[in-house]
Ligand binder design. Structure first.
Ligand SMILES: [Zn+2]
Ligand SMILES: [Zn+2]
Length: 373
């Protein structure tokens, strides 16, 4: 937003008051490892002229939500959680122009301005004014709630014409994957450089790994090896386009993939984030190949020297997916039903049952759980 200070003040003064709003809503908070509760919190309101308030239609639990679920130190106040949601715009600030109340929107897992150097080049996760949900500095809260205040609404939200909160469940599920897991799987494949005819190995049979398979297939990969040991998941992976499944891990898994790919996979998409998965990637990548990571690394130190990456000219890439950059590209096939990334959801719970969603995903009884406020 440009202009002088006085212009900005004038604009801020035009931010509408939130007349008639609910005084409280239900939202999911984490109070420490294993302690998820759904509590009453103040209803979100417009704070800046670039904000929108979105009424959540569907949200879900992410594999990355399980990291604090395992390790967060106890806190008496609780911290809001959840970063994947779709919903209907309820209210907008005076300077919001790309969405309007009533619009059905996809909210990416990162907030972005849409105009800075990084947003313009499609790296919205590095937006100079952006951030994430549940971010103390931005004052954002989480998506596993009845409503969310969305800062920088013009840059962040993507309106989907023709869709409403009562659209067919199958389509809503697939749209919800565009807020993170589908875009993240796609990012892995893009960073890996998948092109028609590529040989790709995907490490991880979680939602992101499975959607990395789908993405590699969409980009024309000829051979897609999926490494995972949960048969229901790897079966879905085969339906998404995996040509081979390797259940073995460690040296045995590495040997199996090297044999299947006659000496190593040119492209390895790592969708787990733990060190053994990285080591597996290093073990199966072909000389001159690429390792693309989208699993949030749970380590800071890993081999990069002569014996791992350097000696065979291996490229290491990946990072948080700028899913905002991919939504327009991925949306048409979702809307016409030719891809159904929403098949990764195998359970739905009400908002008040969100704690059970964490339990089920943590116990690997559910692949990905949708939350319905
Ligand atoms: Zn996520
Ligand atoms: Zn930006």
């Amino acid at each position: 937003m440009g202009g002088t200070g006085s212009t900005r003040n004038e604009r801020d003064s035009r931010v509408p008051a939130r007349a008639g709003a609910l005084v409280a809503m239900r939202a999911t908070h984490i109070f420490g490892a294993g302690d998820i509760r759904v509590i009453d919190v103040p209803d979100p309101a417009i704070q800046a002229s670039t904000d929108a308030v979105v009424r959540v239609s569907r949200a879900c639990v992410c594999g990355s939500d399980l990291h604090p679920y395992h390790s967060l130190a106890p806190t008496t106040e609780g911290v809001s959680i959840g970063h994947e949601f779709i919903g209907v715009v309820e209210e907008i600030g005076a300077d919001v122009t790309t969405v309007t109340p009533g619009d059905f929107v996809i909210a990416p897992f990162a907030v972005s301005c849409g105009v800075c150097e990084f947003c313009r080049t499609g790296l919205q996760t590095s937006c100079v004014d952006g951030g994430f949900w549940n971010d103390g500095q931005l004052g954002t809260t989480g998506g596993q709630a009845e409503a969310v205040r969305v800062p920088l609404a013009d840059g962040t939200l993507v309106a989907v014409p023709g869709v409403t909160a009562s659209t067919d469940e199958t389509l809503l599920a697939s749209l919800l994957t565009l807020s993170d897991v589908y875009g993240t799987g796609w990012h892995a494949a893009i960073r890996g450089g998948v092109t028609p005819g590529s040989t790709v190995t995907v490490i991880g049979d979680g939602a992101v790994g499975l959607l990395a398979v789908l993405s590699a297939r969409q980009l024309g990969a000829a051979r897609i090896v999926l490494m995972g040991r949960h048969e229901l998941r790897t079966d879905l992976g085969r339906e998404f386009g995996a040509t081979d499944v390797v259940a073995a891990r460690g040296p045995e898994g590495i040997a199996a993939v090297r044999e299947l790919t006659a000496g190593g996979s040119s492209i390895v998409l790592e969708a787990v984030g733990h060190l053994p998965a990285y080591e597996q990637a290093v073990g199966i990548v072909r000389p001159g190949g690429v390792i693309s990571r989208v699993g949030v690394p749970q380590y800071e130190e890993a081999p990069v020297g002569f014996g791992s990456l350097f000696g065979h000219n291996i490229t290491l890439t990946g990072g948080p997916a700028p899913v905002r950059a991919y939504i327009e590209r991925l949306l048409p096939a979702v809307l016409d039903g030719s891809v159904q990334p929403g098949r990764v959801f195998d359970r739905t719970v009400s908002l008040s049952d969100t704690p059970t969603a964490y339990k089920a995903m943590d116990a690997r009884q559910a692949l990905k759980v949708m939350v319905r406020p």
